[in-house]
Design a protein around this ligand. Structure first.
Ligand SMILES: [Zn+2]
Length: 144
């Protein structure tokens, strides 16, 4: 991948984000490849694909609360899928023309970590399908 625009670690620390080398230390290799390098985990391999546990899915990079288990549905795609984010400012959507497709990338609004893509064929009221990578997520189970 091309080099990132940021290079100064000190400035990033000040606003709560992390430098590339800090991310490399804090994330597993898999998490780094998806969150920071915009990779995609192989379908049906992620730990949350089939997960039905109740709770809140947080960003694996920064802990930002992203999705509720109540909006998760079985899309059959092999990736955990949601029909809406926890709040409209939890994630950011950006045009993505990579891989020869026109898609909409979904990133964490707090740390810019790559989460997955959103498509317009979902079941919810807005018809959206947030197709996420399990490694970008960290489920915080509900207490009974
Ligand atoms: Zn984040």
């Amino acid at each position: 991948m091309a080099d990132e625009k940021h290079s100064s670690g000190a400035e990033f620390e000040a606003c709560g984000a992390r430098s590339d080398s800090q991310w490399r230390q804090e994330l597993t290799r898999e998490q780094y490849e998806v969150l920071r390098d915009r990779g995609t985990e192989r379908p049906f391999t992620g730990k949350y694909n089939d997960c039905k546990d109740e709770g809140v899915y947080r960003c694996a990079g920064c802990g930002n609360e992203l999705f509720s288990s109540r909006t998760k549905f079985d899309s059959g795609t092999g990736w955990p899928s949601f029909f809406q984010p926890l709040s409209s400012d939890a994630v950011r959507e950006e045009p993505d023309a990579s891989a020869g497709m026109t898609r909409t990338e979904v990133v964490c609004a707090k740390c810019d970590g790559h989460l997955g893509h959103v498509f317009d064929d979902g079941p919810g009221p807005a018809g959206r399908r947030y197709c996420m990578n399990s490694v970008s997520l960290d489920l915080q189970p509900d207490d009974e």
